[in-house]
Design a protein around this ligand. Structure first.
Ligand code: ADP
Ligand code: MG
Length: 569
């Protein structure tokens, strides 16, 4: 009895398929990278599950991926003996996109195909990239530990729907058969496939194999018989976990390809750090900073964290316990020798090893950024433009590293008189005037509002630098970053500028004189404003503007009030 069913793709999958087919044509061969990447993930998952259930191997523990082509039929087949999928798994994984925020992502696309194709690259097209080159895709899969008659046959032409049926499959794993479009038949060629695999798969930790034909019986030069050889599957890649190899024999290309495999990103990373740590904790970390912020960096439910391996065995994706939230843009993996293989998210939550590793990799990332800031200001600016806003969450989140994080921050300032955030707190300290003991800043709604604020007139006149802040997160930042290298950060909108020694004596006397002369004026204004203000004062702080509103010393700043209002408080 046939159990065939037809299903519609989730709306977002339809949109993805449409966009992909029309905009990723310039880099078609990536489909192979995606499918090999999935096959390698399936091997990782099987290995992990088999730790507690050896029977899942069904007597075949040599995990591998096999790629073959049929020129006549115009097909390319990618077969693995990994974990496989059940019928429900197939319908879910190959019919929907399981990333939170996906619908929002598609709403945000502009309709401009070249722009959108950039975004799609960051979003990650995965399995669906098969349809870049295939007019029809078949998947035959059987989950490890299930019966042969629980095999599933999935077929789709990528146009809105797919069918699933049950079939018999003896061997566990997944086979993906691409029926190439007429103008993509060039991919059904061993030589072509081989060159793509060597380019993309060297870092893959299972063998990626192709069949090498045998040779027929032949005759040697002096007439002796050379026997026929049988063909066999040969591995095209090194098939050792990249991070276990020594740094000196890993090329940049290999590091970059590995990054793409674990991150779903299509572009090369901005930075990487690969380290083996020995001593109290033994672990290897391979960390990357992307060149571009991911589309879902500010989506609360977005997956984040590192891939976790324990003694080379893949354990889980998105282990968020190893990276503080303000470094959530970091991609990579950690391979620990100290955690138990059967570690769960719950165990990680409250674990000494986790805490030590987290602190180790956090320091590593901050160190990598410090080095970049020191050695390559331009590249650091690229980083800052993408991730600065997230890093600004750091001082509130990570008390222990507050000063280190603060040193990485960049601001606009009256010194450069430009909206570009290029000024570090260290640079500010170096330029402080004699007698100045505070770091002055202003937070406003926009750069223009900050730069033209009456609050900074006097400081400008005195040549004292003011940091000009205008991002939403800035108020939050300065609430938690109250000093840097023993210098207080001081808002110029606060009641008193506390210029201290910067105020000269004459000015002080003049101010006092002014105050006594203006007493009756001040009283009149106070009476007129009544309850609307708590005080009215004469000031020497303004040079061009007649009056301004300031907040009292203990009060919430006007920006903070706006933030709270926006948060519905
Ligand atoms: P991702 O790999 O980022 O999860 P993909 O679109 O590449 O996204 O794959 C979607 C899902 O389909 C995978 O997460 C996995 O559950 C399933 N899948 C794809 N290929 C295979 C395979 N060869 N073996 C087992 N499961 C697979
Ligand atoms: Mg994938």
């Amino acid at each position: 009895m046939s159990q065939q069913e037809t299903h519609g793709f989730q709306t977002e999958v339809k949109q993805l398929l449409h966009l992909m087919i029309h905009s990723l044509y310039s880099n078609k061969e990536i489909f192979l990278r995606e499918l090999v990447s999935n096959a390698a993930d399936a091997a990782d998952k099987l290995r992990y599950n088999a730790l507690t259930n050896d029977a899942l191997y069904e007597g075949d523990g040599d995990l591998r991926v096999r790629i073959s082509a049929d020129k006549e039929k115009g097909t390319v087949t990618i077969a693995d003996n990994g974990i496989g999928m059940t019928r429900d798994g197939v319908i879910e994984h190959l019919g929907t996109i399981a990333k939170s925020g996906t619908a929002d992502f598609f709403k945000s696309l502009s309709g401009d195909e070249s722009k959108d194709s950039q975004l799609i690259g960051q979003f990650g097209v995965g399995f669906y990239s098969s349809f870049i080159v295939a007019k029809k895709v078949e998947v035959k899969t059987r989950a490890a530990g299930h019966n042969a008659d629980e095999g599933v046959h999935w077929v789709s032409e990528g146009e809105g729907e797919f069918t699933v049926d049950n079939i018999n499959i003896e061997n566990r794993g997944t086979e993906i058969i691409l029926h190439l479009r007429d103008d993509e038949k060039e991919f059904a060629d061993d030589f072509r496939l081989r060159s793509i695999i060597t380019k993309y798969s060297d870092h893959i930790s299972v063998p990626v194999e192709m069949f090498e034909a045998g040779t027929p019986e032949s005759e040697g030069e002096d007439g002796e018989k050379i026997p026929a050889t049988e063909g066999s599957w040969k591995s095209m890649n090194k098939a050792t976990a990249l991070w276990t190899r020594s740094k000196s024999d890993i090329t940049d290309e290999e590091y970059n390809e590995f990054y793409k495999h674990i991150s779903n990103d299509y572009a090369d990373p901005l930075l990487k750090a690969h380290n083996r740590v020995e001593g109290k904790q033994e672990y290897t970390s391979l960390l990357y900073i992307p060149a571009k912020a991911p589309w879902d960096m500010f989506n609360r439910d977005a997956k984040q964290g590192l891939k976790l391996f324990v003694q080379r065995v893949f354990v889980m994706d998105d282990a968020e316990q190893f990276m503080p939230s303000y470094l959530r843009f970091v991609k990579g993996l950690i391979d620990s020798n100290d955690l138990p293989l059967n570690v769960s998210r719950e165990i990680l939550q409250d674990n000494k090893v986790t805490t030590a590793l987290r602190s180790g990799v956090t320091k590593r990332v901050l160190g990598m950024l410090e080095k970049l800031a020191k050695n390559d200001e331009e590249k650091y600016q690229t980083f800052w433009a993408e991730f600065g806003q997230v890093l600004k969450e750091g001082p509130a989140e990570d008390f222990a590293n507050r000063e280190k994080i603060a040193g990485l921050l960049r601001f606009a300032s009256t010194h450069t008189d430009s909206a570009a955030p290029t000024v570090s707190l260290d640079a500010y300290l170096e330029r402080m005037k004699e007698g100045q003991d505070k770091i002055y800043y202003i937070v406003a709604d926009s750069y223009e509002a900050a730069a033209n604020s009456p609050h900074i007139e006097l400081l400008r006149k005195k040549g004292i630098e003011v940091l000009l802040m205008s991002e939403r997160i800035d108020e939050w930042l300065v609430n938690h970053l109250t000093e840097f290298k023993e210098k207080k950060l001081h808002s110029v909108t606060r009641g008193d500028l506390e210029l201290g020694e910067l105020e000269d004596k004459e000015e002080k006397e003049e101010a006092e004189k002014l105050a006594s002369e203006s007493e009756s004026l001040v009283k009149r204004i106070k009476d007129a404003l009544g309850d609307k203000v708590s005080d009215v004062k004469v000031t020497t702080r303004l040079t061009d503007t007649p009056a301004c509103v300031v907040t009292g010393e203990g009060d919430m700043s006007t920006q903070m009030i706006k933030l709270m209002e926006a948060a519905g408080q």
